[in-house]
Design a protein around this ligand. Structure first.
Ligand code: ATP
Ligand code: MG
Length: 363
């Protein structure tokens, strides 16, 4: 009888709280997957803030739609910069909103979340992220290194004793991680990412065309015309509009694919240098594994046309991408729900969290 009652109460608890979540919070986007449902939130990591009151007036897509056209009293804040919390209060607000959106039905509490953290962040930076997540009414938050999550999400087995290398190119960061046996062998994150290409495009248009364009326009040019290798149709162009540097009046210019590639070139080369530097620091056995297996590319920046070919050429290794490279991390985090022992082994939380016996009570 006692055990039946406790079973019922366990069921009651299950109904009240929603299930486990995987959260990949980045410099440009926040992606949340819920166990059994897949990705339920994929939104820009931005908060629109009223300058006078300091209140958040919109979060995510709604805030992003204001970008470049925000009203006088509103400023847009990206709470994470280069993968770390730059604005604690807004990170908290943003996570709270997204976690609410990810929850189904009437539940207002989640049992567990597995969250990715960039390699090399300090304890203080990690604690800030953890505190922000805990304030979003999540029972327990496990922090897992981004590189390991990306590898698992890209199909690397945690049993595999040979090394695999994952290069995650995000908005603000490029993270090179080597994993074997479900553990990180090497990880290095650098502050260069796909957003730097947008900046380079903005600068190029200002210098060569005397035109100031907004960040969304630069991103469109990158996605539509950008390439890390020789573009297939260099003359293909788009007409973009902006403000004349001299007169301040609205103006349009045609920008070719070739020109976008020239602008992107410096950043793409910096990314390849990050990868080559990392490869130069590996142990010989690891290098030999990678010679056979090549690189796995993840993150939105990997979607730049020709990126895999370029990195392959620069490193003399093959390079492949999983089906959806932007979701590799969140997919890897989700798989850890089903591996509670592995999750405990790889979680980067401080001891007090790992020793908590209730952590696995609802597996
Ligand atoms: N098709 C595409 N071509 C080129 N770039 C793309 C494409 N799709 C997305 N991106 C770029 O990928 C970046 C976002 O990638 P991602 O979502 O992995 O970043 P993030 O996780 O938020 O950043 P970080 O990991 O650095 O904190 C953006 O700069 C976006 O412009
Ligand atoms: Mg990322």
């Amino acid at each position: 009888m006692r055990s039946r009652r406790s079973l019922f109460s366990l069921q009651g608890w299950r109904d009240l709280v929603s299930d486990s979540m995987a959260i990949d919070i980045g410099s440009t986007s926040v992606i949340i997957a819920v166990r059994g449902q897949g990705v339920v939130v994929d939104e820009p990591a931005v908060v629109a803030v009223n300058k006078l009151s300091g209140e958040a007036v919109a979060v995510g897509r709604e805030a992003h739609e204001m970008l470049g056209r925000e009203s006088r009293d509103v400023s847009l804040v990206y709470p994470l910069v280069d993968g770390v919390v730059a604005d604690f209060e807004r990170t908290q607000k943003m996570l709270d909103q997204f976690v609410r959106r990810a929850r189904s039905g009437i539940s207002h509490f989640s049992r567990r979340a597995v969250m990715s953290v960039l390699s090399g962040i300090t304890q203080v930076e990690q604690r800030a992220l953890l505190a922000a997540a805990e304030s979003a009414h999540i029972g327990r938050v496990y922090m897992v290194e981004e590189g390991l999550a990306a590898a698992i999400g890209a199909g690397v087995s945690v049993e595999d004793k040979n090394a695999s290398a994952v290069v995650d190119i995000g908005g603000g960061t490029t993270n090179v991680a080597v994993v074997a046996r479900g553990m990180i062998v090497y990880a290095q994150a650098e502050r260069v990412g796909s957003l730097d290409i947008d900046d380079a495009i903005v600068n190029r248009l200002r210098r060569h065309h005397g035109l100031i364009i907004g960040a969304p326009t630069a991103e469109t040019l990158k996605k539509e015309l950008g390439s890390a290798v020789e573009p297939q149709s260099p003359a293909r162009s788009l007409s973009v509009k902006g403000r004349d540097v001299q007169t301040g009046a609205p103006r349009a210019v045609d920008v070719s694919s070739e020109e976008v590639c020239v602008a992107a070139d410096g950043v793409v080369k910096r990314i390849s240098r990050v990868v080559n530097r990392a490869l130069g620091e590996l142990q010989p056995e690891v290098a030999s594994d990678l010679y056979d297996r090549g690189l796995i590319l993840t993150g939105g920046g990997a979607l730049l046309d020709g990126m895999a070919d370029f990195l392959s050429r620069e490193t003399n290794l093959s390079a492949r991408m999983p089906e959806d490279p932007r979701y590799a991390i969140v997919n890897g985090l989700s798989q850890l729900f089903d591996e509670p022992l592995l999750l405990r082994r790889v979680a980067r939380n401080e001891q007090s969290h790992l020793l908590d016996e209730t952590a696995g009570a609802f597996e």
